[in-house]
Design a protein around this ligand. Structure first.
Ligand code: URA
Length: 438
């Protein structure tokens, strides 16, 4: 192997590394031959010097190969998955994945737990009593084969290099690098084995990528490296300046997703931006996986959402994971602490800061400050209004929710109120899909 020090010298000087150098460096790190301090230096050099598209693809490939890679060819069905870079109130997977499965696409979806203001699909699903979101790879395969869709957390066998590297990046100031983020996200999705990938790259106050420029750069890196790996891929760069939909939390987000699946027309009239985005993401998956036009895929998705097929897929997946939706309905009926905040003045809602809403939800116990923290499944926020709505003084803006009365309620209520910008004129709405990268 080329010496690790020479590789570090080369990257520090801004020169492009060869494919074999990147592969051997990642292999050495995974086996423990390259110590953490050299990998941390590598990550910092990449942060400062960047990587070419080819290097990014090589890094992604090497990380993908660090663990088990799943193969779905024996299913006899096309496969696809959607990945979101995460945001506030982002429950789209609960609708999109079953919807694509209802259109004849198998969806093996390895998902994550929430950290910081970003919620995790696994946490949301686990609010359904009995739902096992930590299936073995064998059980996961069985659910995908039998139901067509499974959402479970990534096991330790997938991309161990990413787990080790992410922990180092977290403490060495090296998270914010497009090639490293791309390698981290995409290696896991490639190892998961889906033939087509659709990325929902969020941009705005509640997103990892705050600016449109950064979000588009990440979208391009993900799509480019996915193409280099032989997958069909596209990314929608979507708005995360305000929370998605009305619910921010865990159980309340599952409930909102169930409302979309059970009453899509009604949900569309109230929550058109969210439902429209679900259809567009699922249609992009279906179009790639089945090789049909996006227009045809869109029509099919609307039909499968409207006729209850997507709901049936969701219900079947929940059952296959051991979940009980009747017990979930009973959980939602449990008396919980609720506190409404009201509009301090009349006017138009000019914006609802997703970051601020996310911080309040986190403080209520809906999320984790650090990995391993426990969450309150019933904690969260339900918005009563959205950007563009007209309100009169005293109208409800949102409800804070928790299993029991939180400490620091006044502070949380004030912080939530501060997330709402109310002004004299109707704001111009930016479309939910800001840009598409193919
Ligand atoms: N999410 C990931 O999985 N990896 C990153 O590097 C950033 C966000």
């Amino acid at each position: 192997m080329v010496s690790a020090k020479l590789i570090l010298d080369k990257k520090r000087e801004g020169r492009a590394l060869g494919s074999a150098e990147i592969r051997e460096f990642v292999e050495g790190f995974t086996k423990g031959d390259i110590p953490d301090y050299q990998m941390a230096a590598f990550a910092m050099a990449v942060c400062c010097r960047g990587m070419t598209d080819r290097e990014t693809a090589d890094l992604t490939d090497a990380m993908m190969r660090s663990g088990e890679m799943l193969d779905w060819s024996d299913l006899g069905m096309p496969t696809a998955d959607k990945h979101s870079t995460g945001g506030v109130g982002d429950k789209l997977s609960l609708v999109v994945q079953p919807l694509a499965a209802a259109c004849g696409v198998a969806v093996p979806s390895l998902t994550g737990r929430g950290l910081g203001i970003t919620g995790g699909t696994a946490d949301k699903l686990e609010t359904i009593p009995g739902y096992d979101a930590a299936l073995s790879l064998e059980a996961y395969r069985k659910v995908v084969a039998e139901v067509g869709v499974s959402m479970t957390v990534q096991t330790n066998e997938i991309c161990p290099a990413d787990k080790k590297l992410y922990a180092l990046r977290d403490v060495t100031g090296t998270v914010a690098s497009i090639p490293l983020i791309c390698g981290s996200i995409l290696s896991k999705k490639l190892a998961e084995g889906a033939g087509s990938l659709v990325f929902d790259v969020k941009t705005g106050s509640g997103a990892f990528m705050k600016t449109r420029e950064d979000a588009v750069a990440l979208a391009k890196a993900l799509v480019g490296a996915a193409h280099a790996a032989g997958r069909k891929a596209a990314a929608l760069v979507t708005d995360m300046d305000e929370p998605l939909g009305f619910a921010v939390g865990n159980a309340n987000e599952v409930e909102e997703s169930l409302c979309v699946l059970r009453n899509p027309e009604e949900a569309f009239s109230r929550n058109g931006r969210m439902v429209g985005l679900c259809v567009e993401l699922a249609a992009t998956m279906v179009s790639f996986a089945r090789g049909v036009s996006l227009e045809d895929a869109r029509e099919e998705c609307k039909s499968r959402l409207g006729d209850g097929s997507a709901l049936a897929k969701f219900e079947a997946m929940v059952r296959a994971h051991g979940g009980d939706l009747d017990a979930f309905a009973a959980l939602l009926r449990k008396p919980t602490f609720k506190f409404k905040i009201q509009a301090p003045r009349s006017g138009y809602v000019e914006g609802i800061d997703a970051y601020k809403v996310g911080r309040v939800a986190l403080s209520l116990g809906a999320g984790r400050e650090k990995a391993g923290d426990s969450i309150d499944p019933l904690a969260g926020i339900t918005l009563s209004v959205k950007t563009g709505d007209r309100v009169s003084v005293g109208d409800p803006l949102a409800t804070l929710e928790k299993s029991s009365c939180p400490d620091g309620l006044d502070h949380a209520a004030d912080a939530l109120c501060a997330a709402f910008r109310i002004g004299p004129s109707a704001p111009e709405m930016r479309p939910i899909i800001v840009e598409k990268v193919e």
